[in-house]
Every structure is written in C-alpha cells, then in structure tokens.
Design a protein around this ligand. Structure first.
Ligand code: SF4
Ligand code: SF4
Length: 379
C-alpha cells in the first residue's frame, strides 16, 4: 500500500493529467465552504457537484448488513436500457458532476456497463466505480483503458470473515484478483489511473478482525484504505420521522439492533492498533471517532455525534436509482423526489418535491434519521 506521501503524489499526478478532475476538485472545495443553506433561503441553489448512479438493483452477493434489500420498491426496480441511461447521462452532464457508479446492486452486473462508462467519459465526467469486486478481473482491462478516476472495492475483513458476511464463498479472492489485475496493468503501463481504494464497513460482524484485515490488505498495491463505521437508521428514528412527516417523505429502518453488540473496548483497541502501526499509510476512518464518541455512536444511536444540521447532501448531490428516479441519499427518505427519465434534470433538482424536502430539513433542523447517516459525516 502507498504511504501518505506516495498517495498524495499519485493524486497530484492524476489531477495534473486530467483537467476535469482539477475543475471538479476546485468546485467541490469552494462549494462545500459556502453557507449553502443560508444561500438557499436567499433563493440561491447551486447545481449538484456529484451524482451517484445505481444502474441496477441486481446483486450476486447476499450481504448480511445490506440496507438496500430492505426496500421492496428498490428490489423490484427494473434496469433501464443503454439508450435510456445515455439519455440520463446527457441530461446530468450539464451540471458537470463527478459520477459514482454505486449499489443498490452491483454496477458491474449491469449488462452494458462498459458502454455506460464510455458514455460518461465521452461527456467529460470524472468517474468512480464502487464495486464488490467479484467480476472486476474480467473487466480490468476495459476499466484500465478507460482511465476512469477511481475504483473502490468493498471488502469486509479477512477472507473467512468477508465471505461469511457476503454470503458467497470465494468473493474475497475474486475481489483481490480483480484488484491485483488492475494494479498489475497500472505498473506495466506506468499509469496512476485508476486510483485503487478499499472500503471496509465496520459492523458487529467484523470489528474483531479489522486489525488482521489491515495487516493483510496493506500488502496489496492500493492507494487508500477507508474504514466506515456502519451507517444505519434505527426503528425508533424511522418511526419518529414517519409520524412527523407526511407519507411522501417516509424513511425506512435499516438497523436490526445487532450493532449494539459491538464490544467497544475491542473496537477501540483495533482502531488504535491500525492508527499507530500504519500512521504513515493512507488510512481513513469515517467518522473519525474515539473514546466517548465511539461508545455513543453504537450505544446511543439516536443521539447526535455532530450537529445534524450539518448535512449539505440535498444541496450538493443527486442519487439516481435504476429507473432514473432521484432520492437525496440511500440512507435518507425511501421516496423519489422526481424522475430524470421523463423530466429535465434541472427541473427535478429545483423541483417542487426536492424543494419541499430541503425546506422540511431546514425547518425541522435535521431529521431524526440523520443521526447515523453517512450524509452527516461525508467529507
Ligand atoms: S454487494 Fe452491496 S448491494 Fe450487493 S448484497 Fe452486498 S451490500 Fe447489498
Ligand atoms: S443526513 Fe439526513 S438529510 Fe442528510 S442525507 Fe442523511 S438522512 Fe438525508
């Protein structure tokens, strides 16, 4: 794994090689610093700088902690065909957002994934692929040749733990093979694209092994390792939200209380081990919490760790489901705020339902469902 210095140099090279990436980074830095909610009250709404696209809700894994499987609406959604997706890409391109291809399912299972990646690149967009890695090896050459910005592979722990969480034996080794194939191509051709990241979600299912997992994964040729404390919506938070809001903006509970079973002392000791032993490596914890905050995160999940009015997701990001309907974020309300297939993308972003959502969020000073949502902790 690259040290922090090597990773920063590689990132600088990527930025210098790609003017779209430079523009995106500058735009994101500036917009995030603006008082977006205040400006919105004054009638100013910026276009989103990021779009997350779920091409499919189909998946070849059966992850125990999968939040997407809790939404019937999502799981019954049919994929759009290539031409429809191209149309959506054309419509969002006028915002010039960076695009993350992400689950509700596994993006590489979308039948025309390579033409979609080509279309995104042809429109000059900065592209990140988030994948469970099981089909990555077969697509490695295409992905490498397209010079997309970043590939993020989700791994949940050591091989045995990962395969048990993901419900499919061999899923860890498949992901590692894909990762190695891309890093081999990068080495051979002397390229810094794509950036290779590993994402690991900490939960009650793997908190005991994240130290051993780190010892193993740092041997791979990756640019960054991200640990995410699991994001979830408790039943009490979802109920509180749903009784206060009209049915139009209802939330879905994604937590089965198993996160309360995490032994905080063990988790803290593993975090300390990783931070101390690998302090020169590019390893990030999100949120970066320790001690009392860590205990509160898992033991009092309805309590705020940071101010819930901090979320700027509905002012910066659009989350597009496989049928082109738009939600603010996957942990947020389980209702569409518009659909880009039949409408103009600006019309949806600045439409009645999206604005109703933003106004509710401001008036209620954040929702009860925000307390453990990634939208609050995103950097
Ligand atoms: S890989 Fe993602 S979408 Fe598929 S089951 Fe796992 S968490 Fe759900
Ligand atoms: S923090 Fe709240 S408003 Fe923001 S995306 Fe999450 S649930 Fe939605």
């Amino acid at each position: 794994m690259n040290t922090k210095v090597q990773a920063n140099i590689a990132e600088l090279k990527r930025i210098l090689c790609c003017s779209s990436l430079l523009k995106h980074k500058i735009k994101k830095k500036i917009v995030r610093k603006l008082p977006l909610r205040l400006l919105y009250r004054l009638g100013i709404l910026f276009m989103p700088y990021e779009a997350e696209m779920c091409l499919t809700s189909r998946c070849n894994l059966k992850c125990k902690m999968c939040g997407f499987r809790k939404s019937d609406r999502l799981f019954k959604m049919k994929d759009m065909d290539l031409e429809e997706n191209k149309e959506v890409i054309k419509k969002i391109s006028k915002f010039n957002p960076s695009v993350r291809l992400i689950g509700a399912g596994e993006p590489l299972l979308y039948k025309d994934i390579i033409p979609v990646l080509e279309c995104l690149k042809d429109n000059g967009l900065v592209v990140t692929l988030v994948t469970n890695g099981t089909s990555l090896e077969g697509f490695a050459e295409n992905i490498f040749n397209l010079k997309i910005y970043s590939v993020n592979i989700s791994l949940d722990g050591t091989e045995e733990v990962h395969d048990s969480i993901r419900g499919v034996r061999g899923s860890y080794s498949q992901a590692i093979n894909g990762l190695r194939k891309i890093s081999e191509l990068k080495r051979e051709k002397g390229s810094v694209f794509p950036e290779l990241r590993v994402n690991c979600t900490i939960s009650n299912l793997n908190f005991e092994c994240i130290d051993k997992f780190t010892d193993e994964i740092v041997k791979e040729d990756i640019d960054r390792l991200n640990f995410f404390h699991i994001f979830f919506t408790t039943k009490s938070a979802a109920n509180a939200h749903n009784t206060r809001m009209n049915r139009d903006l209802k939330a879905l509970a994604t937590d089965d209380a198993s996160n309360y079973k995490i032994d905080i002392a063990t988790l803290q000791s593993n975090i300390d081990y990783i931070k101390t032993k690998y302090k020169h490596m590019n390893i990030i914890f999100q949120p970066d919490i320790n001690g009392e905050s860590l205990t509160r995160y898992y033991r009092n999940p309805d309590e705020d760790i940071i101010n819930r009015e901090r979320c700027i997701i509905p002012w910066t990001k659009m989350y597009i489901l496989p049928d082109a309907s738009v939600i603010p974020m996957y942990m947020c309300v389980d209702c569409a705020l518009g659909n880009i297939k039949n409408n103009d993308a600006t019309g949806v972003w600045d439409g009645k339902r999206f604005n109703q959502f933003r106004k509710e969020l401001i008036n209620r000073r954040g929702f009860s469902i925000c307390s453990r949502c990634c939208g609050l902790f995103a950097k």
